[in-house]
Design a binder for this molecule. Structure first.
Ligand code: FAD
Ligand code: SF4
Length: 479
């Protein structure tokens, strides 16, 4: 059945599972649109002459208008093939991508954008359900081996491309399982771990080797890598969280967001927790410092664990509901976003700075002293200025720091090789993702700084292409 292009259908969101039900588990909160609803969304696509979703916004350059056209004609398998021609793992972004494409959808100028992420989700899930997504076995095996260090989205995307080119690929990962932040950072209620494992199993069947529980640079040396591999790709992510240097920081009960999220994810995948790693918000008063997505993930996790109350504080002012004039289409809209976790509970506050942590006689966190700030334009930039008399206290026995990351931080292999860093502490690379050392590449958050899954994957793919060019040219030089 073909869905006719129609002007009368609005954007449709699938919505979330019932609030009470979803707070009682860690399962995926977002529902799926039906096949009919997805076809209707695809039919809203205007097949623009210059599709900004595809050419400008999606880092993977997904061919969105053509995919939509195929869906309206019920040609699901072809739509899947077209999606997979640019995108290695749509099942991840279909759940957790902010959908940069939708921010630039031409339909979004006057109406609501097409629900592109939802279309992606049903295509890929149909692909798995119908058995269309199967291990792809590379027919042209090559003799060269490549080492990928770090099994997050950047490393996985690179490994996938390199394996398709015929190289022998080994992915080293310091954690016990591959997935990076897909597995250990992003909560199960946004991306179920079975979805990650389903892909890893497929990659194993395709011939990619995963060596987990190995910290490269500590457990194995560069000399070992040099002997065994023709090229090395570093995709270790951003490991250094931003800290807060205020009185009382040393108190017990102040932790980084990743400590908190990782503990919960490890429980879900059944990994043992090291002593002191089992942190829970159960029965606690929790303050999350940081109003971004990671903070929102901590909020949803704390509520599910049974926190008594949860605050989320952000130093920046609340973003506007609609695009401001200096943020026009097709730029990504810098607007206030409400996540599924925000709808579940907790109190959000903006323009709040934390001045001090206070504890009890046993050195345990008891409260935070905070102040409101106003943002003033000074010397050409916006600066926070504390508002006199706005000081307030909030009781807490758990404070979670979710203020972003400061790059890869110390890294055993990069430090061993004394690899050059850029101004922000990321691994410095050229346009081909090569570091200053020939044959050593870097991609994903480790080279670009804290970012998004879709950007890490796009980087991984580009780095894989550059590695192929590098190895081919080395071969030509030798022959
Ligand atoms: C809590 C949280 C939630 C997020 N939610 C979203 C979201 O909803 N949507 C979105 O698009 N983005 C999200 N992001 C951002 C996204 O997860 C990252 O941008 C993305 O995972 C980066 O991919 P990567 O492969 O570069 O690094 P990572 O995913 O960090 O993977 C790096 C891997 O390298 C391993 N490693 C590091 N050093 C070594 C070593 N020496 N030896 C062996 N292994 C090593 C690490 O253990 C890790 O597994 C979130 C980030 C966080 C922290
Ligand atoms: S990967 Fe993200 S930006 Fe690209 S099409 Fe999918 S939802 Fe849109």
């Amino acid at each position: 059945m073909t869905t006719k292009k129609t002007e009368s259908i609005n954007r449709k969101e699938p919505g979330y599972r019932d609030l009470k039900e979803r707070l009682g588990d860690f399962k995926e909160v977002e529902r799926m649109l039906t096949t009919v609803e997805v076809r209707e969304q695809a039919a809203r696509c205007m097949s623009c002459g210059t599709p900004f979703c595809h050419g400008y916004a999606c880092p993977l350059a997904n061919i969105i208008p053509e995919i939509n056209e195929l869906i309206t004609e019920d040609r699901w398998k072809e739509a899947l093939e077209l999606l997979l021609s640019t995108h290695p793992f749509p099942e991840f972004t279909a759940r957790i991508c902010p959908a940069l494409c939708e921010g630039s959808c031409v339909k979004g100028i006057n109406e609501q954008p097409v629900a592109i992420r939802q279309i992606e989700k049903i295509i890929v899930e149909k692909g798995f359900a119908k058995g269309w997504i199967r291990p792809r076995l590379s027919l042209n095996r090559r003799s060269e081996s490549i080492a990928v260090i770090g099994a997050g989205p950047a490393g996985l995307a690179a490994a996938d491309s390199l394996n398709n080119y015929g190289f022998k690929v080994t992915v080293f990962e310091k954690e016990l399982n591959p997935g990076g932040l897909l597995l250990y950072g992003i909560p199960n209620f946004k991306l179920e771990k079975d979805i990650v494992n389903r892909r890893i199993n497929l990659m194993r069947e395709e011939g990619i080797v995963f060596e987990c529980g190995v910290t490269v640079g500590r457990d194995i040396s560069f000399n070992y890598l040099k002997k065994r591999f023709s090229a090395v790709l570093l995709t270790g992510g951003t490991q250094q969280p931003r800290d807060i240097n205020i009185p009382g920081r040393e108190l017990k009960g102040i932790i980084f967001a990743m400590q908190f999220l990782k503990a919960q994810n490890k429980k879900i995948i059944g990994e043992p927790l090291a002593p002191g790693e089992d942190i829970t918000a159960e029965g606690k008063k929790v303050v999350i410092i940081g109003g971004g997505d990671t903070g929102s993930d901590c909020l949803g996790t704390a509520l599910r664990q049974g926190a008594k109350e949860v605050y989320q504080f952000e130093i920046l002012p609340r973003p506007p509901e609609l695009r401001p004039e200096d943020n026009p289409w097709p730029l990504w809209p810098q607007i206030d976003r409400v996540s599924s976790s925000h709808l579940e509970g907790g109190i959000r506050r903006w323009s709040v700075t934390t001045k001090k942590f206070e504890g009890d006689s046993k050195g345990r966190l008891k409260r935070l002293q905070c102040m409101e700030v106003e943002w003033l334009h000074k010397e050409g930039r916006q600066v926070p200025v504390e508002i006199e008399g706005s000081s307030f206290m909030v009781e807490a026995d758990l404070a979670i720091l979710a203020m972003g990351f400061l790059g890869p931080g110390p890294d055993p292999l990069a430090d061993q090789l004394d690899l050059k860093r850029d101004q922000r502490g990321n691994i410095a690379v050229d346009a081909n993702h090569m570091t200053e050392i020939s044959g050593i590449f870097s991609a994903g958050d480790m080279a670009r700084g804290q970012s998004l899954v879709v950007k890490a994957m796009a980087d991984g793919k580009v780095a894989a292409d550059s590695i192929k060019v590098y190895i081919d040219s080395e071969q030509q030089e030798r022959s």
